[in-house]
Design a protein around this ligand. Structure first.
Ligand code: UD1
Ligand code: CA
Length: 460
């Protein structure tokens, strides 16, 4: 047997109320197309072809090497899409597995069991079905006794047929030659005026070809047509991801409030608090504590780091570093081992050396800070002159006084100090103290004088 997979991915997804093609809607960090192809990959099929239509250019660009495609235009229904897919499969493929693009919960095991059941039975068609609590919108499975005799779409069903809770998932295995023949004689005289792939089931059954059935559960059967279903898929995928992480030794205070995308790696011994989002190419090292309320994208978090109430994007966080609360680390931040970015601190495109601290109320942009330095509260690297960005360099063991404005480009040497409230426009040599502020002026008796003036103004 040689299996060819046809992925039905041309649909518009009108019910998602979005201009983006359905196949590229993202859930738990992966597109619907990505989830579908991931479940197909382990089957080792001879060929996989995606039928694309709506947003064909973007969808095609998202296909990995080794997955072919064919364009469906106009969109005439699932039967038409299957026909186009079949034409694109190599001639030696004898068994076709049809998979819709909108079932992100579908597992490889379930697909394998459809294929295996199909082969063992020798039937011309094998259908993946499920009994679900709210079958609204799905095609219902019509049976005569145990035998499947057809599928009726929601829009074409009678009130009585709509009470059937066994639904067609849209995953099928077929004998290729028989499916090709059946598709050639489809009609589109139905509620949607489309060629329904589901109609071939009736054809086979009526022609005395028994149709095989594999049953899956409600979770895997979910087809994403609406934003509610997309959210439900996200919740189920998260439950799966979090279960796997917890089994692997990641502690979660409240797993229902932890949002780890597919593709993120979290080491054993990490502790995740509520409202943590780990997205993109993110990794978290052993012993780190993340959350509550942390949003992380494309970031490497080192072992034993502590991160609370923060937004972090494309950053490297060293071992044992401390971030938060209320911290924004923007792209290009590299926080060294044991370094700190504390409350109300924003950092971008900057290196903070080992053990250096930016504890409070500071902006550090386009700066290189050495090791063991301390940046006083309220410090700003003034990196933008209105035309260009300039860099600030701060050496090792430097003490920047509170409320220092560092007007870049500027360099502060090793072991140097700046006085609180200074506006530093010139380089500071190693070991020096730079102080820039006017001498303090005192006006004795000022309060009395002020009071007298107010009294005089009142008399006039
Ligand atoms: C389909 C089935 C229904 C089943 C349900 C499961 C038909 C007629 N109905 O209905 O029995 O219960 O899936 O979720 O097959 N597509 C194309 N080209 C088209 C139309 C659709 O490629 O011209 C693709 C879509 O992108 C999607 C899949 O086919 O991946 C199913 O289409 P969709 O519109 O979602 O069908 P449903 O109404 O959900
Ligand atoms: Ca669907």
């Amino acid at each position: 047997m040689k299996i060819g997979v046809v992925v039905l991915a041309a649909g518009k997804g009108a019910r998602l109320r979005s201009d983006a093609p359905k196949a590229l809607h993202t859930v738990a960090g992966r597109t619907l197309l990505g989830w579908t192809l991931d479940s197909i990959a382990p089957l080792g099929a001879t060929a996989t072809v995606a039928v694309v239509g709506d947003g064909a250019e973007a969808v095609t660009a998202a296909l990995p090497d080794g997955v072919g495609h064919t364009i469906q235009d106009p969109l005439l229904g699932t039967g038409d899409a299957a026909r186009l897919g079949l034409e694109h499969l190599p001639p030696d493929v004898d068994t076709v597995l049809i998979v819709p693009v909108d079932m992100p919960l579908l597992s490889s095991d379930t697909l394998r069991s459809v294929v295996d059941t199909h082969h063992r039975s020798g039937n011309v068609a094998t259908l993946l079905v499920a009994a679900i609590s709210d079958p609204t919108g799905y095609g219902r499975v019509l049976r005569d006794g145990d035998a499947v005799v057809g599928i009726i779409e929601e829009g074409d069903a009678s009130d009585e047929q709509r009470t059937i809770d066994e639904i067609n998932t849209s995953v099928y295995a077929f004998d290729r030659a028989r499916l090709t023949t059946a598709l050639a004689s489809l009609e589109n005289d139905n509620a949607q005026g489309e060629y329904y792939l589901t109609d071939v089931i009736h054809q086979f059954a009526a022609g005395d070809d028994p149709v095989g059935v594999v049953t899956t559960d409600e979770v895997e059967a979910l087809g994403v047509n609406t934003l509610s279903q997309l959210a439900a898929a996200g919740a189920s995928l998260r439950r799966r991801i979090n279960k796997r992480l917890m089994d692997d030794g990641v502690a979660m205070v409240d797993p229902d409030r932890v949002y780890v995308d597919a593709g993120v790696t979290v080491a054993a011994g990490v502790r995740l608090y509520p409202d943590v989002y780990l997205q993109g190419e993110t990794s978290v090292g052993a012993g780190a504590e993340v959350g509550p309320s942390v949003h992380v994208t494309d970031t490497s978090i080192g072992e034993l780091a502590t991160i609370r109430f923060a937004v972090i994007d494309r950053t490297v966080i060293g071992k044992g570093a401390i971030v938060g609360p209320f911290t924004h680390l923007r792209p290009g931040t590299d926080l060294g081992e044991g370094a700190k970015a504390g409350e109300f601190v924003g950092i971008k495109n900057s290196t903070i050396g080992k053990g250096s601290k930016v504890p409070h109320l500071s902006y550090v942009g386009d700066a290189d800070i050495g090791e063991g330095s301390n940046i006083g509260a309220g410090t700003v690297t003034v990196n933008y002159d209105g035309f260009e960005k300039h860099r600030t360099k701060i050496g090792d063991r430097v003490r920047i006084g509170s409320d220092t404005m560092l007007i870049a480009p500027v360099e502060i040497g090793d072991d140097a100090f700046t006085g609180a409230g200074s506006v530093i426009t010139e380089d500071v040599p190693p070991g020096a103290l730079a102080i820039e502020r006017s001498p303090q002026v005192e006006v004795p008796g000022y309060a009395e004088r002020r009071k007298r003036r107010a009294a005089q103004d009142g008399d006039s």
